[in-house]
Write a protein that binds this ligand. Sequence first.
Ligand SMILES: [Zn+2]
Length: 390
Amino acid sequence: MTDRLYYNDSYLKHFEAEVEEAADDGRRLYLNRTAFYPTSGGQPHDLGEINGIAVVEVVDEEERVAHLLASPLTSSKVQATINWNRRLDFMRQHSGQHLLSAVFEAELRARTASVHFGNESSTVDLEIPALTAGDVQMVERQANMIVMENRLVHVGYEDAESAEGLRKASVRQGQLRIISIDRLDKSACGGTHVRHTGEIGPILLRRLDKIRGNVRVEFLCGSRAIEQAGKDYEALNSIAKQFSCSLSDTGASVATVVERVKNQDKLIRTLSAKIAETEGRDLHAATPVQENGLKHLTRIVAVAVSEEDRSVAQNFAACGKAIYQIYSTNPPSAMVACSVDSGHHAGNLLKNAFAIVGGKGGGSATFAQGSLPSTEAISQLRAELEKHGL
Ligand SMILES: [Zn+2]
């Protein structure tokens, strides 16, 4: 069994140990004692070095802890160092989570269903259907007050049978490792924690997500919170600069511009429709009547058929006794607009022609469109439509 040194001293950075087993050609090491925290309880494993060789992963195998090394090690005695910056950072996030979970439960009766500690941010999933902005602000303020009070975080041991006042009942039997935050929380936990709440540093609550009836709260503690607040300020400040307004006015400024853009879009759609109507009518007037009594217009373009093109074609056909065809070579496609009195059904014409030359699409009696497999198929399609008088 590996003696887990971090249980009683989570501030231990260097230690000596004896190698009990070196599996996988010396890349998987089992020691008699270790300060390396293995991945468990949502907290990621430590990194560090054993006799100068990088530890890339630490695995909890219940009785033992396995240290996975970047290269083989053959010594029977080792000196090891854990990556303290990484460990301390996770100790802050983990202790901050205990504190937050306790405050959420005390203030809002929101129990913690699960936790996750990530390299960027961490989350708690709360058993509560929703949280208001006011709830979040209140919990954040309360949590940071407890941080600033610098309360003691105590590690102790109690028997599972007789342990009382735990925030969450433990499923473990026998001796429990109990982490207590003075006058706030008592939890069974095997993780690493700071000694006083002040070491957690500022706690920042951010994104909320609804997940399976719970609310997932993203949070950051310590340096992470400060760095993130800095990034948030930069992002907001760059918006404020563009609007030449103060940070607190950015929301209102953005809302004003969004509203203006919406109105302008509406106006553009109205004007485009009017332009297409005029253009379609002018084209119709300028196009001579063919022997079959219809006005034919055919265009071939090298770009995708635009919304404006479609609108002009439909307006052209709407003037009566008219057919407008547009073919695009890139991507290969066809569009046909027929007037009601043309004696043709645009949808049926294209559908039948597509069945012969390949292609997909269809439409109504007055308007149809579709895609073609190749540019060669365009001339085949045109030849096919010509047979029907187009
Ligand atoms: Zn813990």
